[in-house]
Design a protein around this ligand. Sequence first.
Ligand code: BDR
Ligand code: CA
Length: 311
Amino acid sequence: PQRIIIDTDPGQDDAVAILLALASPEDIEVLGITAVAGNVPLNLTVLNARKVCELAGRPDVPVYAGCDRPLRKPLVTAEHVHGKTGLDGPDLPEPTMPVQAQHGVDFIIDTLRNEPEGTVTLCPLGPLTNIATAFERAPDIKSRVKRIVLMGGAYFEVGNITPAAEFNIYVDPEAAAAVFASGVPITVLPLDVTHKALVTTARNEAFRALGTEVGIAVAEMTDFFERFDREKYGSDGAPLHDPCVTAWLIRPDLFSGREINVEIEVDSPLTRGMTVADWWGVTDRPANAFFIGDLDADGFFDLLTERLARL
Ligand code: BDR
Ligand code: CA
């Protein structure tokens, strides 16, 4: 299995991404989960990460608190999408598993230094603050990372928090710029692909029909999460952004993309956080990311439903 650290700001879609990873031990070994401020403040993302591990029956997964604010800008949150708790929808019990004493950034640094070089994949599902901080404090770890597989950015689909920017990149553009300039191989799951992973009513009913605690909780999470897209955009259901990351690790054949150059706008007040993606190769800037553009949505939801059934 691929050994990963999930860096996350749960978030209903983050929760489903974590559940998919924990349901797939033959493909993925989760070394730890580091929480970051994003969809909601850090205290809530830490709490939600623990709730999700317990929902999966995995209180043994170590959960760490990371950075509570972006590198330079004040924190922007997304309660308008995820609800006040960040995980509105299901009524999950208060977790009893501990939060680890170590800071999330130190856990990332130590893990990369202690594990064999090129064996640990980082999976950021929120703003890139923890990852950029780890790289800044310990530049030696960059060459030890196998790959970064992240949800963030957009090209054709442009922005979901401003007209130009996707939420995760917008919240901490300086961190994103540092990560994209790090030289570590990166796979990007942008809005271009996640907006094709829509939880239609039928797909949500398939989760509920599992009849398990996890299946019902996931259906309730997406019920809540999708009211936003349905009401606001009349879309066919909510995009399940973050699970695209863990699904790509398991079934990359369900996705397609291009090796391209991606730069992050950090200065412009109008377009800050924009992922300037050279999809058409119109510059000679070297490729620094595998930018995914498409997926087999039915294959993705089949995989997800099948795996969630195991929990
Ligand atoms: C991203 O922003 C968050 O609200 C979601 O959890 C996802 O990671 C989508 O833009
Ligand atoms: Ca997220």
